[in-house]
Design a protein around this ligand. Structure first.
Ligand code: FAE
Length: 547
């Protein structure tokens, strides 16, 4: 078993205070499997989740990057923290002995409360590949708004459970546009290095890259980029590169090389469960309630904030409603989760004094996908590591940074596949819809056109040079662009606009935002290192001045 095997709640690791405080995920999987999961046999009973009527010094909504940084640093400063997470704990094997299911065989674990998968790449050779699944509190949420589907991770670890682990620090010359009100010297001198260290970021061994079969697709991507004169860059990742070498050598259980990624990696990836959250656990001051969803935050009569929480069963049913009181509340529910909560709380009168910037400034990080059809003499390989390791940088000249992404189908496809991050200027707004009782997002499908145009500055040129064409069979019947989605929601509670310059919701002392909703729509590269670094910066200030 690798060092990276999730052991977050193993018998040896349970702290006296209890780290994972929920049991719903365990019961749900046991019910489906028809037997008690092996990992829990002989383990100490799971501690009770947060109790109705509890009072806590700090409550963190969400267990993604922002929430994990906040919890760790608060705990290290001596503050007891309770984290509330709507998704499952992801610490218990299913009937197949694995915690996470494979991208090629999505099952009940794959999607958040859907009866049919909604794969980002939903066609192959022109045929739809989605399939029916049991409704379950699965790991990947494909949340649909009018003009865009937003993919997000659900569970203890947030997006780190489902993402590719690409850990990219933006180029310094681009930072002024990413976070205009933040001191770049401090970020590049202190907080980016701190975030990269905390996340366990590393880069592929270039010699191994040049020789391993599993990155043939990336070498083809490099060759094509360079022949068209584009800068090719290696991209750091949190995957354990030594573990991947052993996967290729056949000495350990395969994860990246077995197509695991979108619905979780059983080995090799250092998700937040292995990094920030493991460190938080070690303090003995952090508890987590999985399958608990925050639905309201409002000033409490005796000071602090009353937080209403729904406890969920694994079919999404509400099994209990609790009200707890927190001296401080950190909104870390992700760009969409935090924005939806704040917009709803302002509109419905729970937090009426939130300012009018709340809900604004949301962007998709300019995400757009496409594939290219290579010649038969240019195969990309049947064995493809699911973890991307390189990109094509045309940001300055064309407004696009393209990940050379895998198509880990297990067969030779002769396809090159890319996720581009582009400098799309459009920003959307979340607003409360009283008629439906839901929060809407006014993103328009047509707003992806600038992203397509920017991505074309790379791929039209490569196609012309190579004598190749776009694939038209990956997103529908004769559809070139995957322009219906984003993996990188950002904004909705923008720093220095909806909050002060450190994430404080100033109308309500003790309320903070500390996740991707602070970033105004684009980071020029993959976002989680910037989300982590900004959280490190902000929590340091908050601990120094507010506690
Ligand atoms: P996030 O990680 O989304 O955490 C928010 C947490 O809050 C989630 O666990 C939610 O379940 C939970 N939550 C939401 N609402 C509530 C509520 N009301 N009550 C309780 N809990 C709640 O937020 N980024 C990269 O930099 N590199 C990559 O390679 C990369 N690949 C990606 C691939 C995929 C398929 C996806 C979906 C995303 C990818 N991302 C990648 C994006 C990255 O995961 C994302 O920017 C971060 O996870 C956002 O971090 P936050 O802390 O903002």
């Amino acid at each position: 078993m690798s060092d990276n095997t999730p052991d977050i709640n193993g018998p040896k690791g349970i702290s006296r205070r209890g780290f994972i405080a929920g049991t719903g995920s365990i019961l749900g999987v046991a019910a489906l499997a028809g037997r008690a999961p092996a990992a829990w046999a002989g383990a100490a009973p799971a501690p009770a989740p947060i109790a109705d009527g509890a009072r806590v010094p700090a409550l963190v909504i969400g267990t993604g990057y922002g929430g994990s940084v906040a919890a760790l640093r608060l705990a290290q400063a001596g503050v007891d923290v309770h984290m509330i997470e709507m998704g499952m704990a992801w610490d218990t094997p299913g009937p197949d002995g694995k915690i996470f299911c494979n991208t090629r065989e999505p099952d009940y674990r794959s999607y958040w409360l859907r009866t049919r998968t909604k794969a980002p790449l939903n066609y192959f050779l022109g045929f739809p590949i989605d399939r029916n699944i049991p409704r379950h509190t699965g790991i990947l949420d494909a949340e649909e708004f009018g003009g865009i589907t937003v993919y997000q991770g659900r569970g203890v670890g947030g997006g780190s459970l489902v993402n590719g682990g690409m850990a990219v620090t933006p180029k310094r010359e681009n930072f002024g546009a990413v976070l205009p009100s933040v001191n770049a010297d401090e970020m590049y001198g202190v907080y980016y290095p701190r975030a990269n260290a905390g996340l366990g970021v590393g880069t592929i061994d270039p010699a191994w890259f040049d020789s391993t079969a599993c990155y043939q697709y990336a070498r083809v991507g490099r060759k094509h980029a360079q022949r068209s004169g584009f800068p090719f860059v290696f991209v750091p990742d949190v995957y354990d590169w030594d573990y991947m070498k052993q996967e290729a050598a056949g000495t350990v259980t395969r994860s990246a090389l077995a197509g695991e990624i979108l619905y979780g990696n059983n080995h090799g990836k250092k998700s937040l469960q292995q990094t920030y959250l493991a460190q938080a656990r070690a303090t003995g001051r952090v508890a987590i309630s999985p399958l608990h969803k925050v639905t309201s935050v409002a000033p409490a009569a005796g000071g602090g904030y009353a937080v209403v929480i729904e406890q969920l069963g694994t079919t999404g049913d509400v099994t209990a409603t609790k009200t707890v009181t927190a001296d401080r509340v950190f909104f870390a529910a992700g760009s969409v989760g935090t924005s939806k909560l704040l917009v709803m709380l302002k509109a419905t009168g729970a937090l009426p004094n939130l300012n009018d910037e709340v809900g604004r400034g949301w962007g998709d990080n300019g995400n757009v996908m496409c594939g290219r059809a290579n010649h038969m003499w240019d195969p990309t390989g049947a064995l493809q590591s699911a973890i991307p390791c390189c990109g094509i940088d045309n940001w300055a000249a064309g407004g696009a940074f393209a990940e050379v992404a895998p198509l880990p189908t297990g067969i030779e496809t002769y396809a090159s596949f890319y996720l581009s991050i582009t400098n799309n200027p459009h920003r959307a707004r979340f607003s409360w819809n009283a008629a439906t009782g839901k929060v809407d997002l006014d993103w328009q499908a047509s707003w992806k056109q600038p992203s397509i145009d920017m991505a074309k500055t790379i791929f039209d040129k490569i196609n012309a040079k190579e004598g190749t064409i776009y694939r038209t069979d990956l997103f529908g019947v004769y559809k070139i662009w995957g322009d219906h989605l984003t993996y990188h929601p950002l904004g909705g509670a923008v720093l220095n606009k909806a909050t002060d310059n450190y994430g404080r919701l100033t109308a309500y002392p003790g309320l903070y935002v500390i996740d991707g909703s602070l970033i105004p729509g684009n980071t020029s590269v993959n976002p989680f290192v910037t989300i982590t670094a900004l959280a490190e910066r902000n929590i340091e200030k908050i601990i120094a001045t507010d506690l």
